[in-house]
Design a protein around this ligand. Structure first.
Ligand code: UDP
Length: 404
């Protein structure tokens, strides 16, 4: 596990053009140094860089005799050096002690080395579930969230944990943190280059397939997106994020992973953001009619959030860049979904038809063959099992203590 930190897997330049799979490439032990030097020169901060290197060297010497293996500490040192270049004062003084304590309590060889993991958008719906799993497995987690859509409540249960930190910050602004892995869930922008030496996982979306002409969708399908439609800011934004991620991988040798997430539901989902599962569940609980858009024959595939989190973690830990479809292949029309919601919450819930939104994809279903074969991942929770778990959470949040 620890040796994966120094392994810089990735595609050979030019091998990504067909959207196919990438083969790992041999590591370049000193490539971080040249990249770091280029960065420092470009930023006209050689003096700070020098000071940073000295500080990093000092940190190194503190780390060197520690119990962790040399390959384990090298990944951290890369990030430490990077962090000191331009923000000497921002190097967290607690950083080494966090890891020291995580490693100190555990006898060598009994457990994997704890990582420090950054989750952007970690106070959101999916992010907070991912944070739960990372904390549970012993990692230190830093959440960066601007709370536009994320909620402090979602991570409040970790606040007393010394291995957990939360920073209110918008990811469109650079921030320098010392980490081993980055899960980039925050939606806006993609400043991938601000982390040297960490593995960067982009959460892209099934929306990159647009209104697909191929069904189910495989990762090699390039999609059918309206570039000027009402949904295109999201669809094309994510497509551009994939492009940038791959360009940084090819051009700057950044270690990247790309997940294409299909419709996901579960506890902590926003109640009123208009997604179909949250709408139907909230409507049924409030005794309002279920609003079915269009004729209700359009399809989606609904994945329970814990399955997604497992998929994201398998992708981050594995050696394959992707992109990987992460979704549940179980396909439902919106009318079928309404029936499941009726069966789960209220058999008498009425259905009300509403005009559909523009450019709504007619069908969507992931082909997950690639994820099964290369990540050993597939979803485990069917809709009829996952939905009741979400209903319990929504009931509490909508009615508070009255009916909880
Ligand atoms: N939808 C619906 N009723 C609602 C909200 C959405 O019938 O109250 C439909 C919507 O038209 C779309 C599907 O549900 O066909 C999924 O919409 P959602 O916004 O949840 O996900 P996305 O379209 O991004 O896959």
């Amino acid at each position: 596990m620890a040796s994966e930190l120094t392994y810089r897997g990735g595609a050979a330049p030019g091998s990504a053009s067909d959207g196919g799979e990438y083969s790992p490439k041999p590591s370049k032990p000193l490539s971080w140094l040249t990249r770091a030097a280029r960065y420092a020169a470009a930023e006209h901060r050689p003096v700070f860089a020098l000071a940073g290197m000295l500080l990093a060297a000092a940190l190194f010497s503190l780390y060197a005799p520690s119990a962790s293996s040399s390959d384990a500490s090298s990944g951290r040192a890369v990030s430490a050096a990077a962090a000191t270049f331009s923000h000497l004062s921002s190097l967290p003084s607690s950083a080494s002690s966090l890891h020291g304590s995580a490693g100190g309590k555990v006898p060598l060889g009994l457990r994997r080395r704890a990582l420090r993991v950054l989750v952007t958008g970690g106070a959101g719906f999916v992010g907070s579930h991912l944070v739960d799993r990372l904390v549970e497995r012993g990692d230190s987690v830093i959440v960066v969230d601007n709370f536009f859509t994320g909620r402090k409540d979602n991570v409040a249960h970790h606040l007393a944990n010394p291995r957990f930190e939360v920073i209110r910050h918008d990811v469109v602004e650079p921030i320098l943190l010392e980490v081993d892995q980055i899960y980039h869930l925050a939606c806006p922008a993609s400043p991938v280059h601000y982390k040297i030496g960490a593995r960067f996982l982009l959460t892209s979306t099934s929306e990159v397939y647009g209104d697909p002409l191929q069904h189910p969708q495989v990762e090699t399908y390039w999609g059918n997106v309206n570039p000027i439609g009402v949904r295109s800011c999201y669809d094309e934004g994510k497509r551009t994020a994939e492009t940038l991620t791959m360009d940084y991988h090819r051009g700057a040798n950044l270690e990247v992973r790309i997940a294409r997430i299909f419709n996901t539901y579960g506890p902590r989902m926003c109640i009123d953001d208009g997604r179909v599962v949250s709408n139907f569940v909230a409507q049924a609980l409030r005794k309002e009619p279920l609003t079915v858009y269009g004729d209700g024959k359009q399809t989606r595939s609904f994945q329970y959030v814990s399955d997604l989190v497992e998929g994201l973690m398998s992708l981050m830990e594995g050696e394959h860049i992707g992109p990987f479809n992460l979704g549940n292949p179980g396909e439902f029309t919106m009318l079928e979904l309404a029936k499941v919601v009726q069966d789960t919450i209220d058999p008498n819930a009425r259905i009300e038809f509403r005009p559909n939104t523009a450019d709504d994809p007619h069908k969507r279903k992931p082909d997950i063959t690639r994820a099964k074969e290369l990540l050993g991942w597939e979803p485990k929770v069917p809709l009829r099992e996952g939905l009741p778990l979400m209903v319990t959470d929504f009931r509490k949040r909508i009615f508070g203590d009255q009916e909880a």
